[in-house]
Design a protein around this ligand. Sequence first.
Ligand SMILES: [Zn+2]
Length: 344
Amino acid sequence: MRLKKLLKTAISATLYHSGLHRALRSRNALTILTYHRVLPCDDSRYLNEQPGMVVQPDTLAMHLRVVSKYYTLIHLDEWVSRYQNGAPLPSPACAITFDDGWADNFEYAYPILKAAQVPASIFIVTDMVGKEYQFWPGRLAAIIRHHRLPQQLFEQDAHPGIHWLLQLLPAPIAQFQPSTAAIDAIIEHAKMFSDHEVTQHVSHIETLLGFSGNSSSHTPEMLSWEQINTMTEDGLIKIGSHTRSHARLNQLLPEQDMRSEIEQSSIAIKHRTGISPSLFCYPNGDHTPLAIELVSNQYHAACSTIPGVNAPGQLELHLLKRFTMHEDISDNESLFICRILGLF
Ligand SMILES: [Zn+2]
């Protein structure tokens, strides 16, 4: 892994010195960047988070400096509205988005965005606002890292949660090591189950291991409505929907639940902020034709996790492409530029 990073760093530096960054200016398209959490590396929340979910504040500030040099930064909903109305579009353009609605977006990202006057959209999960950590991938990762788990795996294989977890292990129990790669593999494997099933199993194992509640943290991990309203006051930050509960909009989700996730989250945002959200974002990028249809009925545009740029005339407004950013693949300027050019 380390070697891969060194190699990418060396290649990106060489490309940068040969003038790669000029390619950014020539793009007649909208580039959308995706962030999740913004935390300094000495914060306990950083240490407990999966690497693919976080950038450090200095890295975010560097990204904004770079994109400001090459792109016109614009609110995603403004770009969409201009596109729909046939108004002139800035080119090349870039929009910044944050998924999930983490409290650290207020603590660390908002001051940086405000200082640089960079507009951004935050996609919130309305039932989780002001709550502790509830996303099952992170809870499952915490279970796998728990020091008592190996013993429970050996002793309690009849426990429904442990029995379920045993099926997901990438190696026999005796050889199992809770590495980042193993944790990622287990999370991916667990996605074959519905969110409801996974959450139930995760809750049972947490009880068995003696976890108190869903979070090991002392403070709510998600934004509060107060923080949301502070950030949106002057219009620099806008709020979109990322469903009610972060349910994946796939074939495993009943239609009634899918409707509720898409429609009720919009109602909650309108009720708590006074503004109807015009943008949506699919949790985990999952979408079915029905999900796209329901989202299209409710929102002007929606973000996917498909990597790429959005060229006018060749884009799907309810499946906008984005580039996901995290610390490992974007912590210096040349790596970041390669990432937004879709090279890594
Ligand atoms: Zn999400």
